[in-house]
Design a protein. Structure first.
Length: 433
């Protein structure tokens, strides 16, 4: 029995090491901002005994029964890269919030090492840690944690006030942070005069005002109504490109994790079961638990235009004229064709009927015969849920463009349904429109 237990322990250790190295092979090691090594958090008076049992391969339930100790986090090993949004997710009790609080030592780990920008926070004194937290971290909580007797402005400047920043400077920085989250003009209101989404924006501004390198967000949007929650997700994604912070985002919502995360850490019973990009989590589940976890995800919220589009080289340049366009359409048996500038910037859509008419009339250019299709253009990151109606209303395939309006591909009903069917959990019905 002991022999098999030892073998099982070795297997678990090897499996976790492989998982760690696979997840680390994403960026150059110089990009690593946070290193977590062999991290454990065990709650209870007999934590060292529980730690020994965990090393021997005992389960969470067995350890609880033998020692009365609860495993919060067990042997976490991974890196967090500078500027990425890392989502830590799992069901209630999986250990995700405990892991987050270990990162800034609001909870002290039982064992293991956390290194941030080359500094070991597990070795810091209380005074060193306090100063480190104030400069390095901003934190946004699920329940907004605003002071009801303070104005929006004074709530936003609270972290700077704690740092003893001069009044004029902290007010300026707080105003800048409020502007950044869209609350300009609301500085003198009280929290109870704001909606839930606006209150969470104040919490976000308070975290940003101290200009931290790392934002820790613990179920930050979970208390919001669904529509406001989506707005806040979009706001954070937009904000991320402006402020370039490292974000550790905790959620129990898979759709939210897939939308927000550059990578996802999926936890169960205090252990990390998979680390990967949203695409890897969906398409390469590490085990049966992950597969079941993701099998009912609403793909229409997760997949984007770039996932379902078909790249096309069959376009016509604006300089070529109607005769060349008609020739290409006849050769390729097309009813229409997209017209672009020389640099692939989308001009519009030309039907075979209008091209034929223009040629008969001796027209040399596309003036007046191209549909600019502005109402049907989507960007690469547009969720496909919002594309169904465009497909229904448009007589043409929906064009997908980048930020510079360059044509990257097109979406047909066929390409949409094929992509959804490939993921195996979507039945296409007219109700989807």
């Amino acid at each position: 029995m002991v022999f098999f237990l030892v073998l099982y322990s070795i297997y678990i250790i090897i499996q976790k090491e492989v998982l760690f190295y696979m997840s680390s092979d994403i960026k150059d090691s110089s990009d690593v901002q946070i290193k977590i090594r062999k991290l454990y958090k065990i709650f209870g008076e007999n934590s060292q005994k529980a730690l020994e049992l965990s090393h021997k391969g005992y389960s969470r339930e067995q350890i609880l029964k033998k020692t009365g100790c609860a495993i919060g986090v067990a042997n976490a090993n991974f890196d967090i890269y500078r500027g990425e949004t890392l989502v830590v997710m799992g069901l209630s009790g999986s250990g995700k919030s405990t892991l987050l609080r270990c990162l800034n030592r609001l909870i002290s780990p039982t064992a293991g090492e956390i290194e941030i920008d080359g500094q070991s926070i597990t070795q810091m004194t209380t005074k060193e840690l306090l100063q480190f937290r104030r400069k390095k971290f901003g934190m946004v909580f699920q329940h907004f944690g605003l002071f009801p007797n303070r104005t929006v402005l004074r709530n936003a400047e609270y972290g700077l006030e704690i740092q003893k920043v001069p009044k004029a400077e902290r007010e300026q920085k707080a105003r800048e942070a409020l502007n950044l989250v869209g609350l300009e003009g609301w500085e003198e209101y009280r929290p109870n005069q704001l909606s839930g989404g606006m209150q969470q924006r104040v919490g976000l501004a308070r975290a940003l005002a101290v200009d931290p390198d790392i934002l820790l967000m613990d179920e930050a949007f979970s208390a919001l109504d669904p529509l406001i929650r989506v707005d806040m997700q979009d706001e954070l994604l937009s904000l991320e490109s402006q402020v370039n912070k490292t974000i550790v985002f905790i959620t129990h919502d898979l759709d939210e994790a897939l939308k927000m995360g550059d990578r996802i850490v999926l936890m169960k019973d205090g252990e990390i079961v998979q680390i990967g990009t949203p695409d890897q989590i969906l398409n390469e589940p590490a085990n049966e638990y992950v597969r079941k976890f993701v099998e009912n995800v609403d793909l229409t919220k997760v997949l984007t235009a770039s996932d379902v589009m078909k790249k096309t080289d069959i376009v016509i340049s604006k300089k070529d004229g109607p005769k060349m366009a008609l020739r290409v359409m006849k050769e390729k048996d097309l009813n229409g064709i997209y017209v672009t500038e020389k640099n692939k910037k989308l001009v519009g859509y030309l039907t075979v009927e209008l091209a034929s008419k223009a040629v008969k009339e001796g027209k040399q250019d596309f003036e007046g015969i191209i549909d600019p299709v502005d109402d049907y253009i989507v960007e690469l990151n547009t969720p496909i849920k919002s594309i169904f109606k465009l497909l229904h209303d448009s007589d043409y395939p929906v064009p997908v463009v980048d930020d510079d309006r360059r044509l990257k591909g097109v979406i047909w009903y066929g390409s949409m349904t094929a992509a959804l069917a490939e993921h195996g959990n979507f039945d296409f019905e007219e109700d989807s429109l």
